[in-house]
Design a binder for this molecule. Structure first.
Ligand code: B12
Length: 352
């Protein structure tokens, strides 16, 4: 077991402080270059990095960490355009070198060997990265490019009235799952890219999140009109996971397909989930994880769910698992999928 125990917050903070101060020691220009806000962001970045390493070690999944390495490198590029590319890479290289030094002794020997390899590779990956290879467009992948483009346009123009009309019209022509999981999902992912690339503000991103949730509520009456199947599902995001829109879509679509959905939303405490399961006795628990930091709380939740309700089927999905191998084995879930149609197929098979 790793000694980097994220329940032991003071210990992790202490380690982050050491790495933080050493970076200023190693890199004398840093204190002049970084504003107070950037220095705070650096501290948060170190904590984020420590948690990413911890997850990769516990799941023995190096790709999860390398994905984070690429993400942070591009984030710095977009959010610190005033510092040149080589210098930004230098920040990160000093950072990984300092982590290699200070993680020694903070965990057992074999975990440290694993962490050291991750960090050495992180240095190499960072040196070779270009922004172009990291660019993503969710508007031009898959189908419905024009619909996604139009919805994004309306959201960025803060035209909720127009977006509502547009989505309601679309839902008369296309199946509801397609409007939710193809068009609205990719539009929100594109909003994320725009925030990431520093093209929209945090407030604009928050506006889009609220607007999408408002659009989802427009379909409540249609969702509840469908014939019932006498099956119950509980849908939740565990740990400190705040991304709840995907979970809400899954909940609404299950309801639309005749299930009684109990949607608990973001950051549900494990005990609260367990109490709910004992009382409600659902056939299905669907856990949604967006941030890699949510994977370990999800695994802990599945273990507990299986202890208290061995008969209940557990499904997991969400952005955090994209690219992760052996999700079912690593999490203990009965079902892993990302697409709602696949979920429906699996629950029809398993929840009789
Ligand atoms: C909206 C948003 C937020 C909102 C969330 C509001 C809310 N009420 O949900 C707020 C502002 C809170 C937020 C906060 C943060 N966010 Co944010 N956020 C997003 C954004 C733009 C959209 C998320 C979303 O709604 N997507 C649309 C939904 C529908 O898609 P989905 O969740 O993937 O769900 C679909 C499938 O995955 C699947 N699915 C999902 N769950 C399940 C479950 C089952 C059982 C099944 C079968 C399927 C399934 O079905 C869904 C429908 O198709 C993303 C961008 C992105 N690429 O996703 C960033 C993003 C996820 N956020 C990011 C970050 C960094 C953060 C913060 C750390 C920012 C910060 N500095 O504080 C915090 C972390 C908060 C936390 N503790 O969780 C990064 C994560 C990067 C990384 N390396 O992991 C992203 C990717 C942005 C980016 N491009 O960098 N965020």
């Amino acid at each position: 077991m790793s000694l980097l125990n994220f329940n032991d917050v003071p210990r992790v903070r202490e380690l982050a402080q050491i790495v933080y101060h050493e970076q200023f020691e190693l890199d004398k220009r840093l204190s002049q270059e970084l504003s107070d806000a950037d220095q705070q962001a650096l501290m948060n970045g170190i904590l984020h990095d420590l948690s990413s390493i911890d997850i990769a070690i516990k799941l023995k999944d190096s790709d999860l960490y390398y994905e984070y390495i690429r993400w942070i490198c591009a984030l710095l590029s977009y959010h610190m355009p005033f510092v040149d590319v080589e210098r930004r890479k230098e920040y990160l290289t000093y950072h990984y070198a300092s982590m290699i030094k200070h993680l020694n002794g903070a965990m057992n020997e074999s975990d440290y060997e694993y962490a050291r390899t991750l960090l050495e590779n992180a240095i190499e990956i960072t040196k070779g990265l270009t922004l172009e290879e990291l660019k993503k467009s969710y508007i031009s992948i898959g189908d419905y490019h024009e619909c996604k483009k139009e919805l994004l346009h309306l959201l960025l123009n803060k035209d909720l009235r127009g977006a509502t009309q547009y989505i309601e019209d679309l839902s008369l022509k296309l199946p509801l799952d397609c409007v939710f999981t193809d068009i609205m999902k990719d539009t929100m992912r594109e909003v994320g890219e725009l925030w990431y690339e520093n093209k929209i503000s945090v407030a604009q991103e928050h506006y889009c999140s609220m607007a999408i949730q408002s659009l989802l509520s427009r379909f409540q009456s249609r969702i509840f009109e469908q014939p019932r199947r006498n099956k119950k599902a509980v849908i939740a995001c565990m740990g400190s996971e705040l991304h709840e829109i995907g979970a809400r879509m899954i909940s609404d679509l299950l309801e639309y397909n005749g299930w009684d959905s109990l949607f608990l939303g973001a950051a549900v405490p494990l005990q609260g989930l367990c109490d709910m399961l004992l009382f409600e006795q659902p056939q299905l628990v669907a856990l949604s994880v967006c941030m890699p930091q949510g994977i370990l709380p999800c695994i802990e939740a599945i273990k507990k769910i299986k202890e208290i309700s061995p008969q209940v089927k557990v499904a997991v999905g969400g952005r955090a698992f994209i690219g992760m191998k052996d999700v079912k084995i690593k999490t203990g879930a009965d079902i892993y999928c990302d697409d709602f149609k696949d979920l429906l197929h699996e629950v029809d098979r398993l929840c009789r």
